[in-house]
Design a protein around this ligand. Structure first.
Ligand code: GH3
Ligand code: MG
Ligand code: MG
Ligand code: MG
Ligand code: MG
Length: 322
């Protein structure tokens, strides 16, 4: 039997080398309890350039899936242990919203059409008859992995676009779209867990005259340096955004009114000292705070801080108001 198997493997090797398959790399988790089948199919996959890890039971597969990423899960219908291939498919899908996070190909000698439908319905992406040819298996494997790659590309592009849409190009800070998505979430979290949040709006003083006297490029440089300063002075969990032209917004978590006033005051002083683009630049600050489960929404908080900015402007600029 061993000789037969070796002969078969040799045959597969030369065969795979002869057939030019479109080469897609991939990491396959193969669940098969029959040793001979496992060996033959694993070799076929390896000779087509795939990395294969093979286990014999559903629980062993789930253990691996906990810690490793695979491009394809190939599952035999009847397995070692109490879990069937069908149950494994159901279990894997239970934890995933995206069917292409782990595409699943079920292998079986199943004659019953209803069973095949059940397998596909419970979340398998494809079904392969065990008597199918090597070519058919490789085509199905390739198709599933190619679709996964395409899906990953789409996801990656989507994340890139999302990031772009939420980021201010000039300063690389968050932009207003991000702020208006993230802030309400932060506020409901604060209300739920009863921690204070504060909002600081900083509006650069007489910025138009900086542009007018030194040019738009210098104005941009001032905005960039101001952005870096704000990011430096705030904690990682604080949201720092460029809201509009020369307006910056900071949402501080776990920060009460007194702390927010201190923070705004230290930013005010640091900006004066910074001298971005070698210019004396100041800003007016408005502070608003949400404390102790106050049912205020973000628009109200924002409008309070905005009113405080106007007050700071009216009271002579380069100052902090509530
Ligand atoms: P105030 O002290 O009352 O805030 O005066 P201000 O001049 O700062 O306020 P105003 O709103 O009148 O002018 C804001 C200026 O910011 C006008 C606009 O040209 C400039 N600005 C807006 N966005 C940008 C930008 O991306 N780059 C540069 N360089 N300037 C910008
Ligand atoms: Mg089996
Ligand atoms: Mg302004
Ligand atoms: Mg203004
Ligand atoms: Mg201004």
């Amino acid at each position: 039997r061993k000789d037969q198997l070796n002969k078969l493997l040799e045959h597969i090797t030369s065969w795979a080398q002869k057939i030019k398959l479109e080469h897609i790399h991939g990491n396959i988790l193969y669940v098969e309890d029959n040793k001979a089948t496992a060996l033959v199919v694993s070799e076929q996959l390896k000779h087509s350039g795939y990395t294969v890890q093979q286990v014999t039971s559903g629980t062993a597969a789930l253990d691996l899936l906990d810690t490793q990423k695979f491009d394809l899960l190939m599952v035999d219908y009847i397995l070692e242990g109490s879990m069937t291939g069908l149950e494994l498919v159901q279990e894997v899908r239970l934890n995933q919203s995206q069917p292409f996070e782990h595409p699943i190909l079920v292998l079986s000698g199943q004659e019953d059409d209803n069973k095949k439908v059940e397998i596909l319905r419970s979340g398998a992406n494809d079904y392969l008859d065990k008597r199918a040819s090597y070519d058919e298996m490789m085509v199905r494997v390739n198709n599933l992995i190619r679709t996964k790659r395409l899906f990953e590309q789409v996801q990656y592009q989507q994340e890139k676009l999302q990031h772009l849409a939420m980021t201010d190009q000039l300063t690389s800070l968050h932009n207003r779209h991000y702020l208006f998505e993230a802030a309400p979430q932060k506020l409901s979290e604060a209300q739920r867990h009863q921690f204070p949040v504060a909002l600081i709006i900083a509006d650069l003083d007489k910025f138009k005259s900086i542009n007018d006297s030194h040019g738009h490029a210098t104005g941009d440089q001032v905005l960039k340096e101001t952005g870096v300063l704000l990011r430096k002075l705030c904690r990682k969990e604080d949201i720092v955004a460029r809201f509009g032209g020369e307006e910056f917004v900071i949402l501080l978590s776990h920060c009460n009114q007194a702390q927010a006033l201190d923070k705004a005051e230290s930013i005010r002083a640091a900006l004066l000292e910074l001298k971005p683009a070698q210019l004396r630049v100041s800003a007016s600050f408005g502070v608003a705070c949400l404390e102790g489960g106050n049912q205020q929404n973000f628009n109200d908080l924002f409008s309070d801080a905005d009113t405080a900015v106007y007050l700071a402007k009216n009271n002579g600029r380069n100052r902090v108001e509530l």
